[in-house]
Design a protein around this ligand. Structure first.
Ligand SMILES: [Ca+2]
Ligand SMILES: [Ca+2]
Length: 354
């Protein structure tokens, strides 16, 4: 009887493990292979060698690019020094990235920029919010951008228990923001267990100096976050659930879930076309390849444009697809007029004309 019981328990354990493994495989879209779909006018951006995880563009065409991310479980070729913020003026004939100087006293060596967000105040002051992982911890760095000087003046470092796995950020005032936490656990081993077990414990948090609270929860891995041009709706990409959540944003800053749009791929950061309100999403076609880097089997790139997301039938278009032979591990795709900038977690950046 003892042996029968042992066999039964073992059988149940193996079945459960198998089920979890299958579900994990599905979340990583392991078997997904796409035919490349290129655009005619694209070139790699000179000077960006170690990633361009997030990109945000001002209404005057100045694009901010975060570079040099080192993140547990993610490939990096970046040298052992701090990351950078680049600026590219898309109004120029041949835009090139320029590294922004950061004010004295800021610890450049441990700067590890991830998601970013720009906020333009009523007096035209430009603030840049940057999720950073100094020594693999998580903080939000707040800077003011000084255009005449191509520099960032560091204003403050924000650290909070509810922001320990922050990935992307959305500024809503000069000192408040929403941020996604891509996992519940910050320890790498527990983070992998959380993913493998398929726990939906990731969330969206609102931060202001007076109040910090969870505003939405139940994501498998909340990643990109952005806002509609009219400021009424907030979009959150759930990377492991392959969908975009739409929330209504209320005057008291609370969020009501409105709809979820499945898109069938691992969605990373979301950029908004300010003219049309379209969402542009940088996606990982196959999660296994980005999580377990293999130079013989490169992680690819997929860029989606989502039109009319609030309508009954949004249009989802695969604008650009690459198998990694041109650009690897896409995390963001941001547009400005005819320009499309494609950024990556650890690889280069691509500039296309639409
Ligand atoms: Ca962002
Ligand atoms: Ca991201």
């Amino acid at each position: 009887m003892g042996k029968l019981l042992t066999l039964a328990v073992l059988g149940v354990a193996v079945a459960l493990l198998g089920e979890r493994l299958l579900s994990f495989w599905h979340r990583l879209a392991v078997s997904r292979e796409l035919e490349p779909k290129r655009l005619p006018n694209c070139h790699l951006i000179k000077g960006i060698e170690y990633g361009s995880e997030d990109i945000d563009i001002l209404p005057n065409g100045l694009a901010f690019i975060s570079s040099g991310l080192k993140y547990p479980g993610v490939k990096s070729f970046a040298p052992d020094k701090g990351g950078q913020i680049f600026l590219m003026d898309l109004k120029e004939d041949n835009p090139r990235p320029v590294e922004l100087r950061i004010s004295r006293g800021f610890d450049l060596a441990s700067f590890n920029p991830h998601g970013i967000s720009i906020y333009v105040d009523n007096d035209d002051a430009v603030y840049l919010f940057v999720v950073s992982h100094p020594h693999y911890k998580t903080v939000v760095e707040l800077f003011q951008f000084i255009e005449d000087d191509n520099s960032l003046v560091h204003l403050k470092t924000i650290k909070h228990d509810l922001l320990e796995r922050a990935n992307d950020i959305l500024a809503v005032s000069p000192e408040s923001f929403y941020a996604t936490n891509d996992h519940y656990f910050s320890e790498t081993i527990l983070m992998y267990a959380e993913m493998f077990l398929g726990l939906s414990w990731s969330n969206v948090v609102y931060y202001s100096p007076n109040e910090v609270k969870e505003m939405a929860s139940g994501f498998y891995s909340a990643n990109g976050i952005n806002i509609s041009p009219d400021g009424k709706y907030i979009y959150v990409a759930d990377l492991l659930d392959h969908n975009i959540h739409v929330f209504e944003k209320h005057a008291n800053l609370s969020l009501t879930p409105l709809k979820v749009l499945p898109v069938g791929t691992l969605v990373d950061n979301i950029a908004i076309d300010p003219r049309s309100g379209d969402l542009w999403v940088g996606c990982h076609p196959n999660g296994l390849k980005i999580l377990f880097y293999d130079p013989e089997n490169l992680p690819g790139t997929e860029v989606l444009r989502i039109q009319d997301i609030l309508s009954e039938k949004p249009t989802v278009t695969q604008v650009y697809i690459d198998d990694g032979s041109v650009i690897q591990g896409c995390s963001v795709a941001a547009v400005y007029e005819k320009h499309l900038l494609i950024g990556t977690v650890f690889h280069r950046g691509l500039h296309c004309e639409l």
